[in-house]
Design a protein around this ligand. Sequence first.
Ligand SMILES: Cc1cc2nc3c(=O)[nH]c(=O)nc-3n(C[C@H](O)[C@H](O)[C@H](O)COP(=O)(O)OP(=O)(O)OC[C@H]3O[C@@H](n4cnc5c(N)ncnc54)[C@H](O)[C@@H]3O)c2cc1C
Length: 398
Amino acid sequence: MRPDLIIVGAGIFGLWAARHVLKRGERVLVLEKRHVGRGASGGFLGSLMPHMPDRWNDKKQMQYEGLRSIGDAIRELEADTGVNCGFRRCGRLMPLGHERMLVHLRERIEGARANWTDEAGKQIFSIQLIDTPFAGTIAEGWLAENAAPFGAAFDTLTARVNPRGYLEALETYVRNHSGAELREDCEVVGIEAAGDGVDIILSDGESLAGGRALIANGWEAYPLIGRIGGAVKGQPITGRGVKGQAVLLEHLHGDEAPVLYDGGSYIVPHGIAVGRDDKKRPNRIAVGSTSRDDWLPFEADAEIERCRFDEGDMDFLERARRLCPAIAAAPITEAWANVRPRNTIADPVTGKVGTEALFCRLDAAPQISIAVGGFKISFGMAHLDPGRFATCGAPDIS
Ligand SMILES: Cc1cc2nc3c(=O)[nH]c(=O)nc-3n(C[C@H](O)[C@H](O)[C@H](O)COP(=O)(O)OP(=O)(O)OC[C@H]3O[C@@H](n4cnc5c(N)ncnc54)[C@H](O)[C@@H]3O)c2cc1C
């Protein structure tokens, strides 16, 4: 039967979109070039970190709504599927390396008061200063005091999730739903508007008809969108793949340990959903990550390069060990690399290029939409209903 929606890509964005439309009673076909989990969503870092709450704008509001609602969205998904997604609102510690950071922190504490609120305007998440010495605080034995000469900022909004469990839960939901079909080893090479519907062309030449299409195939969305001349409000949709790598360490820790973050280094202590010892104590910590634009040498095989872990590019682990001496001797249990999407469109509010997720309909064919990840923030936003944000106007990429 002709699906109401055909989704290209079974990453976190494609599978969440499938869940939304299935809940509305529509029929969905998800087409995946490889297998579920082989894209950027199949890793283990899983930090869900907010933008800073000062200098507030619509983009920050949207990301806040994502982070605020994600706990409920995941609990509902877990209840529907029985799969543990390893979510915890664990908070985040960020060292203050310079005196002027105390001034920024004061603005952020005020920003959190004004913006990290519920519908009634009551503050529900906060940022505070954790002063040195750290003894008796959440930073004790976790964040190195010598890395934090002016103390640390601790926020209560940051969370963690196990990306693989989260993806498995979504896949389980879609596969078990009578209104859905998920096809793997199925590469989409073209999309065409056909009357008020769409025709999808596969690499083997097969053509599939559907009511609407959603392009959600991560960094590989940009060439696909380019082939159909995709633009929104006159702005061509462009972007690139940025390769990143991360490692998973074995180290016993308390389940309540916060994420540590400093200048691009993430340390994410996971719960038992990722790993545990024989006494059922959590023992996996993810550390990341790199960002490389020049990951694909001329004439190299993209399929090999996109997942190839580069042992020579591990400064991030050294930085993390200095930040968190507790993990200095922790052995690596897995090293992982993949390519994440980053658009090359300047944000009309902040002027920053490529930080936001794109949820929009194409100008030339409103029955074709895109849902492509924001750089490093996708997991906190993928559960937001793209339809909802298309109608409320944010993100506006004109
Ligand atoms: C090292 C690293 C660490 C990261 N850490 C975090 C983090 O801590 N927090 C966070 O929020 N984000 C993080 N990210 C970013 C996040 O992983 C991505 O932004 C997110 O997974 C993108 O999801 P997606 O669904 O858009 O893409 P993907 O997960 O890549 O899914 C796209 C899918 O589409 C399929 N596909 C591609 N082309 C086609 C085609 N033509 N036809 C059919 N299917 C196709 C692919 O095989 C893939 O399965 C990290 C990324 C990396 C690499």
